[in-house]
Design a protein around this ligand. Structure first.
Ligand SMILES: [Zn+2]
Length: 321
């Protein structure tokens, strides 16, 4: 009876899962700061809290803006089989071949990262401290999303294979359980990216190639676990929710052979390298001369509205709960 009651309770709790989860996005942006050269570090480090906190703004924006969703993923398997050569990598060619509507429908993350890179480079050129911080935080989000295998698959939440919930399992549950205690985020230094377009497309292709493994291993592992072992009811911020048990999560991580940690580390390296590349491309502006950070009324209002719509609204577009 008790179990039955909990099950019903579960049905009524709206548990939203986000790209990489809020937890991992914040960590990824945070750690990326430490890969920067001293001339950048002296500006980024004092604002590390902002860079981490605003890593999740793009996910919050999904509650306010319908166009936001497609910027976080690409259902690349829609375009054939690996390496999806039929899909032109250049935006204009891709639009000419498939139409913009169709591209938007299946996700645009590799192109959006390049647009954000352009905005960040301009912010550095203008030495606009507020814009640098905002774009740096946000590009970090999209780059990290491009590293998630299920962000490059139309079976993004295992909905076609009876594995509903695997999205949040891979990118939220496992990192929340293991990142702090067991994973290593000492990574080294950011590098200059000669061709940002090629770089992000390669990462998306790696994600696409890994998506099958992410799904297959969950399925194989599930065969050896009863539902009671696989799921557990746990207290989360005062709410009882059903989630993958820690035993199952650890077994999954082991079978994935470090994939989630590796993708998190690669995200951190990629983000720091994109920040560094934008700064170099802007002519290595002296960031010491940016004395104060000034967000306009409009920007401050946007931050407020993002929080507001995230708290009150339903997500617009695709949901991974
Ligand atoms: Zn996202």
């Amino acid at each position: 009876m008790k179990r039955h009651g909990l099950l019903i309770l579960f049905l009524f709790i709206y548990q939203q899962c986000f790209c990489w989860g809020f937890y991992a996005h914040r960590k990824i942006n945070y750690y990326a700061v430490f890969l920067l050269p001293p001339q950048m570090m002296m500006f980024f480090k004092p604002h590390i809290q902002f860079i981490s906190d605003h890593a999740i703004d793009p996910d919050k924006r999904r509650y306010a803006l319908a166009q936001e969703g497609p910027r976080h993923y690409i259902d690349i398997d829609h375009y054939g089989t690996y390496p999806f050569d039929s899909l032109p990598r250049g935006w204009n060619d891709a639009v000419a071949k498939y139409s913009e509507d169709s591209l938007q429908k299946h996700g645009i993350v590799p192109w959006w990262v390049q647009i954000m890179k352009h905005s960040l480079t301009s912010a550095f050129k203008e030495k606009n401290g507020a814009a640098i911080l905002k774009y740096a935080a946000e590009i970090g989000h999209y780059i990290a999303d491009a590293h998630v295998p299920l962000h490059a698959s139309s079976n993004h939440n295992g909905q076609h294979t009876g594995q509903h919930g695997i999205h949040g399992f891979w990118e939220s549950r496992v990192p929340e359980l293991l990142a702090e205690k067991e994973w290593d985020f000492f990574i080294g230094k950011a590098s200059y990216i000669k061709n940002p377009g090629d770089f992000i497309w390669n990462r998306v292709l790696e994600s696409a190639a890994a998506a099958d493994t992410v799904l297959r291993i969950e399925k194989e592992l599930s065969a050896g676990f009863s539902a009671d072992q696989k799921f557990a009811f746990e207290d989360r911020n005062g709410k009882i929710i059903r989630q993958y048990s820690s035993i199952f999560a650890k077994a999954y991580d082991k079978k994935l052979n470090g994939m989630i940690e590796r993708r998190m580390r690669q995200s951190i390296f990629a983000i720091a390298s994109f920040w560094y590349t934008a700064w170099i491309d802007a002519g290595q502006p002296d960031l010491k001369s940016i004395s104060s950070i000034h967000f306009s009324e409009e920007e401050l209002k946007e931050f407020e509205q993002l929080n507001e719509s995230w708290r009150k609204n339903e997500i617009k577009g695709r949901v991974h709960e």
